[in-house]
Design a protein around this ligand. Structure first.
Ligand code: 13P
Length: 248
């Protein structure tokens, strides 16, 4: 499995001019350093970035609606995102869940994306941790609800992104040892449900990842891919991150 960075730009940058520059630099660096990159861009930039995309770099919507069209003011459907050349979409990001997205919405979005041959990047993660380990059951519930309608023959298409909510936007990522433990737990749930193919799914970690901490996470965290916010919208920080990943 090749190392992967999903660059979640969130509501950045502030203009098309800057978005184009950032995308061109991201594309150049990913080609040079041979790290797979998927850019999750705001919907207003999707189609133009789709036009610039060549080669291997992937393009993701940050959210989609599960209906193909209709009276849903402000929403973008998976079908529209695909038409703009997105081949991936984030679903259930913590910042969307904070605005009301439910596990059941996530389930419907995953099914809609797979029906269009797009890859859902399913974001899961607990808000808090306690000594009883309730975070494990919380994450398992999010995961299994999201996958409820995903049949055996489609599961290989799915990417799982584990982002503990408390590490998003934080100063430090979670401890690599704890990520390793969670990656084993998620993997076990996938294998229990889908058998051997569960071993093949990419599991990403997200939350305060940058070039200063990605090396130890790669070494001890049990993951080979990352969902990156802040460090992905700053070309210098992204370059540093990709450089470490290439050498790992
Ligand atoms: P940061 O990398 O800025 O902590 O954001 C993580 C995230 O939410 C990526 O989806």
């Amino acid at each position: 499995m090749k190392a992967l960075v999903v660059a979640n730009w969130k509501m950045n940058p502030i203009s098309w001019k800057e978005a184009k520059k950032l995308f061109e630099e991201t594309k150049r660096m990913s080609g040079l350093l041979k790290v797979s990159v998927i850019v999750a861009a705001p919907p207003i930039f999707l189609r133009d970035i789709g036009g610039l995309r060549r080669g291997k770099i992937g393009l993701a919507a940050q959210n989609v609606h599960f209906e193909q069209s209709g009276s849903f003011t402000g929403e973008v459907s998976a079908l529209q995102a695909k038409d703009a050349k997105a081949n991936y979409a984030l679903v259930g990001h913590a910042e969307r869940r904070a605005m009301g997205e439910t596990d059941d919405d996530v389930r419907k979005k995953v099914a809609a994306l797979l029906a269009l041959e797009m890859t859902p990047i399913i974001c899961i993660g607990e808000h808090v941790r306690d000594d009883e380990g309730s975070h494990f059951t919380f994450v398992r519930e999010q995961l299994l609800t999201a996958l409820r309608d995903v049949p055996q023959q489609k599961i290989a298409k799915v990417i799982i992104a584990y982002e503990p909510v408390w590490a998003i936007g934080a100063a430090e990522p979670m401890r690599p040892h704890d990520m390793h433990e969670m990656s084993i737990y998620i993997r076990k749930a996938l294998v229990e449900k889908y058998g051997e193919v569960g071993h093949k799914l990419m599991i990403l970690y997200g939350g305060a990842v940058d070039g200063t901490n990605v090396g130890t996470m790669l070494e001890h965290g049990g993951v080979k891919g990352f969902l990156v916010g802040r460090a992905s919208v700053d070309a210098k920080r992204l370059a540093e991150l990709l450089r470490v990943m290439k050498d790992a």
